[in-house]
Design a protein around this ligand. Sequence first.
Ligand code: NIG
Ligand code: FE
Length: 417
Amino acid sequence: MTILIKNANEVITLKSAVQGPRTKGQMGDIAVVENGSVLMEGNSIIAVGSIAQLEADFPDLVKAAEVIDASGKIVMPGLVDCHTHLVHGGTREQEFNMRLNGATYMEIMNAGGGIHATTKWTRETSFEDLYRKTMNHLDVFLKHGVTTVEAKSGYGLDWETEKKQLEVAKELQATHDIDVVSTFMGAHAVPRDYKGREDEFVDVVIHDMLPKVAEQNLAEFNDVFCEKGVFTPEQSRRILEAGKAVGLTPKIHADEIEPYKGAELAAEVGAISAEHLLVASDEGIQKMAEAGTIAVLLPGTAFFLRAPFARGRLMIDEGVPVAISTDFNPGSSPTLSLPFIMNLACMHMGMTLEEVLTATTINAAYALNRGHQIGSLEAGKQADVIILDVANYKQLQYFYGMNHTNTVIKNGRVVVQ
Ligand code: NIG
Ligand code: FE
């Protein structure tokens, strides 16, 4: 099938000579084509430019194409949500209410709620019910313009349930329009029955679970919650190194609630990304810049936990490539709206309108090791394209708290209209 989008007020291509994740001034360079067109065939982008140029270069394809008139609208790459805890049982509005009344996130978790509560419900929920629930969530993501989503396990904390979560994600990757990229996060919390025997659980993750994840091809990445009261930097390092040994790329939940040298650890183990970083140290940020570690910032979590926002502005200025994401999960960020998270990044992390677009497309794609394939509109890339009902890209954040998605094209097919 051939599709031609034409008459768009702006096509935000994100095309650049820079290979790899972008930082500093590069993040502001979003390469806008005014009055632009996009030509796609099969699941690939053929060309982006003026209609006159496309007609001259590809006369037959343009003639055969199904035309979408984007007059008055803008076009950009499908959004990439590179950090979510997608597959889980239950909801935690009760704890939200407790937090509004003064309880803290860690107090609730230490009392057996939080991640432990979701673990219990995820263990109890059948594959079919998890599949259906997650499918509904993916439908909402897609309607908000997200065409690729990462999915972490970590609400099983036993092999049977971790495997169930990863298999749900894998099945949805096969059946849903959205691309689902899996991350194993067996080290998301120490299970209640391992209290006082934390190192034994670390051994279970390393010797029992990680090899099976790799053998059964259930994930590409390996993540750990490095946090005071959860996994120490030493335990986290062991887990990430063991993942590397079986071919899984490290990611890390770092410096979310208390400074714990998680950013430093990410740089040292060569993690592709360090995520959260609300209270990352100056030194950690420097080390990430030197190592080229991507900062995946999750301002929805700071908003929802009423915690300080990560220092996104500083990170970019210091040379760290920044991506942003929802962190969708039932405890600290129960939202499926990446557009709202983009608003927060502008308002609370000092990021510019252009940087926020880079952070949710090409940089997020690199955080999932897919920068060569998605995240910008360029000839040869996958045809993941969205049309937004705003007159220019500055209106995306100006008309805040709204979903401007008008049309979603995934892999060269119109899937939301
Ligand atoms: O990214 N910090 C750890 N994990 C999630 C929250 C998980 C939960 O509360 O269920 C996060 O914030
Ligand atoms: Fe998270």
